[in-house]
Design a protein around this ligand. Structure first.
Ligand SMILES: O=C(O)CCC(=O)C(=O)O
Ligand SMILES: [Fe+2]
Length: 324
């Protein structure tokens, strides 16, 4: 069975400063990343130089948070918020509310936005000491990686300005201006009493495309993620120790006028995996909330739209209305 290409990032790794990487090196990497996106919609990155401790600290914080009781987690649920960029906190999705008295949901997540963390009470440090610091660190490390990858993608698209994409999130560190978040996902093991329940038999995460520019995903040894290649076939995203998976989001598809299409993916579960919980960390990079998104090639493949129109309109079809 085909597998997702593994890209060796040693030459562009995060322990290297920008000035230590030649244009030729970045160009070659960008071409490989682009080709992987073209065929598979994603790429597995190894030797990326994102600090192991940042990954493991956030990983442990996420696991500890997911293992808390439902009532405790709900203290960090922000309720209704105005605007996606303000969404920071816990969300239980697919909560079981059948005849058996049990606290169980298919997927739960904590969406962490550092600038929001500074101004809200929805930070779980009382329950998981060090949570905010760990999530802030991995959020920042993922941002640095994402910037380098986006700079490399300007070459295969023949964009002269190497900062073309990175200029879309100049206000990423300013409160209230940007929705970029690190989401800690948790999929609980299916309780024995629910094993024949229709609800408990469904996928852990139904097929979807992510909305952002792209997603930087830190995966579990408990697999289940499948990614749709451009051929239409679903490919199993195996866990490669120490690796990072990058996937294309809807906004990158839009601004590249379909040159890099968004990647459908889902998380399925086998009978064996149902006995195990699963965790993942997904970093979603968004342009600034008021940024006007236009097609990079000046074409009118899609009409200009602001980031908030993409993030705050639930109907995905609207996002992909072609220009008349
Ligand atoms: O858990 C995973 O591996 C995938 C998560 C995902 O697709 C998402 O958070 O959007
Ligand atoms: Fe996703």
């Amino acid at each position: 069975m085909t597998s997702i290409p593994t890209l060796d990032c040693s030459n562009i790794a995060m322990n290297l400063k920008d000035e230590e990487i030649s244009v030729e090196t970045l160009k070659e990497f960008g071409q490989n990343l682009f080709e992987s996106f073209q065929v598979y919609g994603c790429a597995v990155l190894v030797n990326h130089g994102v600090c192991n401790k940042s990954i493991s600290d956030a990983w442990e914080a996420n696991k500890s948070f997911n293992s808390l009781g439902y009532k405790e987690k709900m203290q960090y649920e922000p309720g209704q918020v105005t605007g996606f960029h303000n969404m920071h906190g816990y969300q239980a999705m697919g909560k079981y509310d059948g005849p058996i008295d049990i606290d169980w949901c298919i997927r739960e997540s904590f969406r962490f936005v550092p600038t929001r963390a500074k101004e809200t009470n929805f930070n779980p440090d009382d329950s998981v000491p060090g949570y905010t610091e760990a999530f802030t660190n991995l959020w920042e490390a993922s941002y640095q990686l994402a910037k380098r990858l986006l700079t490399s993608l300007t070459f295969p698209l023949a964009i002269k300005n190497q900062n073309y994409f990175t200029e879309l999130f100049e206000h990423i560190h300013t409160q209230g201006c940007n929705a970029t978040g690190l989401r800690g996902n948790g999929y609980q093991a299916v309780p024995e009493q629910l094993k024949d329940d229709k609800f408990a038999k469904s996928d852990r995460f139904t097929e979807h495309t992510d909305k952002g520019m792209f997603t930087v995903l830190y995966q579990d040894v408990v697999s289940g993620l499948q990614v749709q290649a451009r051929s239409g076939a679903y490919i199993v995203a195996k866990h490669v120790p120490g690796s990072i998976l990058v996937q294309v989001g809807e906004i990158l598809q839009r601004v590249t006028a379909d040159k890099i299409p968004a990647t459908p993916h889902k998380v399925v579960v086998t009978e064996e995996q149902k006995k195990q919980s699963r965790h993942s960390l997904a970093y979603f990079l968004f342009p600034d909330k008021d940024q006007l998104l236009t097609c990079f090639d000046g074409s009118d493949t899609y009409p200009p739209i602001r980031t908030t129109q993409m993030t705050d309109t639930p109907d995905k079809l609207l996002h992909f209305e072609k220009a008349a």
